[in-house]
Unconditional design. Sequence first.
Length: 494
Amino acid sequence: MTIKSSSRVDHAVAVAKQAHEGQLRKTGEPYIIHPLAVKKILEEWGMDEDTVIAGVLHDTVEDTSLTLDDIRKEFGDSVAFLVDGVTKLSTARNGMRDIDTYLPATKDNFLRLMIALGDDIRVLIIKLADRLHNVRTLSALPPDKQKKIAKETLEVFAPLADRLNMGQLRVELADLAFKYVDPKRFNELKTLITRSNKSAEESLHKIESEISAALKKEKIKFTISGRVKSVYSLHKKLAKHNQNINEIYDLTALRIIVDDITDCYLALGIIHSLYTPMNGRIKDYIAMPKQNGYQSLHTTVITKDKHVVEFQIRTREMHEYAERGLAASFYYNEQKLTENYKKGKIEHLPTNLLWITELQMTAAKLREGKKVDLKKLKLNLFADKIFVYTPKGDIIDLPAGALPLDFAYRLHSEIGDHVVGVKINGKMSNLNKKLEQGDIVEILTSKNQTPKTSWLDRIITSHARHKLLHRLNAPTSTATEQRKKPRTKKNKAK
């Protein structure tokens, strides 16, 4: 039976209800409550129809008599592929006893986890939606399971959400989990935040009115709202400042959303004309985004009443990405990204998403039976990123510690293959120098240069290594170069 596109999701719900008939959650509710909640979350994130359907059906293969072939016949290969990925991921996690780290005993399961993630990033998004609803309903579980799942959420899923720049999700996952990991500390900090917000409420209203009047005078279209710091974020920040609350300036902040980048900087100027900016507290994440692609202007000011207030200024598109991250990118670039994931292409992915290809390459290696250094893989996934620039001002996202050849191969394999030198910030450098945040990197090439085996010691990214090895192992490359040289000499002699 062919299901019309407009009714495919409704049909998936009907299939899931029948498959989960008689099953109950720990809360005593019918099990179908969970997949329906996952469906709602994925729809709120703006995910494509196949992802929403896979979210509805994500537990059926593992927990019911429904098979992957049944799903394929009813909903097609794409949905079946996604459900299979989530099933593999769940099986892998169920086999991992150690939450703190991926210890040797869990390597086989971690391999399966990476394979599931590497093929299509939507598998990960479905799993994050699944985890979000499970953490929202964690109170139904025994205390030991609550703490175990909460700890895993803090150490694995919240960082993953952050890596995908899904800020709203990261905050909710972290706060919900922290409440179970350290309930006493959670309540202390929540009380502190509530008290601080209440005392600052009147002052913030006054500042908001002043800023609004100034922005309207300059005919800037905007929206302004308050932003309250999350409990877990405050917990981490206090740890960096020796628990000194007086050094935390962003317990409350005002967020200004404008139409374009020009208005972002105009708004910043207006704020600084009204209030005194604090030294060292102006951050331009528009010109230099954070490692996960986050963009915004931040400034902390001191008002005439001696109140300290942080402002965040961004465009609507930046705000959407800050809240929903990869899900927002997927929504805006759905077809293009899907095609790239399936074809293994990386050149046209947004720079902040290129780390995904490391998972894809790892998955391919594992399926071919090749060895993979899991420690490096996990570190790469959560590693710090740096942003460096081409001479034209294009931003390139690389892992911390990357070298010029990593940069060259990120630009294009043809550039990487012909590198003869590098200029960093306008000065000649060498290929062993680690790139740093904000460097302007110019790659010097020659058509006569060919890749060298020694270059393997001058790269750290799996993408560059993959491209270099592919060229080094190409059977005709050496022969072609050898044939070209005699011909050139002969022509010159004539």
